[in-house]
Design a protein around this ligand. Sequence first.
Ligand code: HEM
Length: 443
Amino acid sequence: RNPPPHIPGPFLARWTHLWLAYQAYRGRRYKAVHAAHLRYGRVVRISPNHVSVAAPEAISVIYGQGPRAPAKSAFYDAFVCNGKPSIFSTRDRLDHSMKRRVVSHAFSSSALQEFIPLIHSTIGDFTQRMDEFCAKEEYFDALLWFNYLAFDLLSDLAFGERIGMLKQGSDLVEISRAGETSHENAIALVDEREHLAAIVGIHPLIQTVVNSLPFLSGNKATSGLEELARRQVLKRLLSGDHRGDILGKLIAARGYDVRSPSTDEIAELTAEAVTLLIAGSDTTSNSIAVTLHFIATNPPSAKDVPYLQATINEGLRLHSTTAIGLHRYAPAGGLVCCGHFFPEGTELSVPAWTIGHDPEVWGDPEVFRPERWLESKENKQYLLAFGKGPRACIGQNLAYIEMISVLSTILLRYKVEVKSQVFETTEGFMHKPRDCWIKLSLR
Ligand code: HEM
């Protein structure tokens, strides 16, 4: 079942999963895998049973459609919440198609049209808070505020109620554990859960050992987020409301009786709610922060919506919000990719950061040049920020609406100065900036 023995890779990675797990622990997996590709070539072993393929032609093979499409690997078990796989973490093809059909109601173009006034109203509140920073004429960490905005936006669309971070100017949320209530930072909970999952997902044994240690901060973060999501789900069910929020659409599509939901139904909705909270907030806010940084540190240019969308794509590529390769298994009968045969069960991935920085694909990959997206529509097939194939991001259109609305509001209303020309990043499952210090003044 192991991949062919001649595939090169870092010495330790040939023998143990701990090499990759250690890189993930250090928050630099994408850098280590990229360095391995520079040294060993396009096809590299990054764990005893895992081969990273940094070739554009591998994208449609490893993330392909159809009955023999490689399925998500056991890596995703680390993202299962409450013992119930969500649309994101389920590995079973049938279960996934059924969930995707149900969830897609909430992301259809008519649903997105309904969401636009809600998005604008939350951005209105965000703008008020930004005006206060303008008046202070001081640098502030805008990443925090993009996070508050994204959480409020997402909770409004998902549960029909904003968590209220913009209003309180903080991400503290109430969490009850074993009868005790405390206030915890929601953003830290998301970061810790995501980071832990990205490490332990690398091998089932690591998952078993780490999951048995409930005192670890990542495990506490998981239970905290589950509790937060379960509370929102119960509140939403008990309200008996018929609002068109994402949870409402899920409940309707499933035909659940909101007056007497079963434990199983609550667990399922909670798993989807945690996924929405994590997948929909952190990702968008980090992408907004890096794109704003790139805009502020590069010469000003035309500002219409297609150009802004091109700018966002360039930010997603250059920073690579999704930087690691997303894990898949070679299907029954194996798979041929880039001239190699991989037996069934070989873990395979295409490293998003490496593809986003491949000179053969982009020509000048280190240059921030939004025009490349207007020059060629072909480029989109190499942008891995939203994944590809049947498991690609279902929230992609919503994310673009959010990012375009927020960035155009900021750029039209304020002049933006960044404190530093460079930003430091870290990596959990997603690749994110550590902060985004800016100063705003009214135009
Ligand atoms: C810039 C913003 C975003 C980025 C970069 C992003 C990235 C991704 C990626 C890379 C995947 C595929 C993961 C994999 O194969 O392992 C994914 C899946 C997913 N995303 Fe997003 N996402 C973003 C915004 C959103 C939003 C706003 C939502 C919802 C509110 C969302 C919900 C989901 C869901 C539910 C999945 C699982 C889809 C499936 O397996 O069928 N995402 N996202």
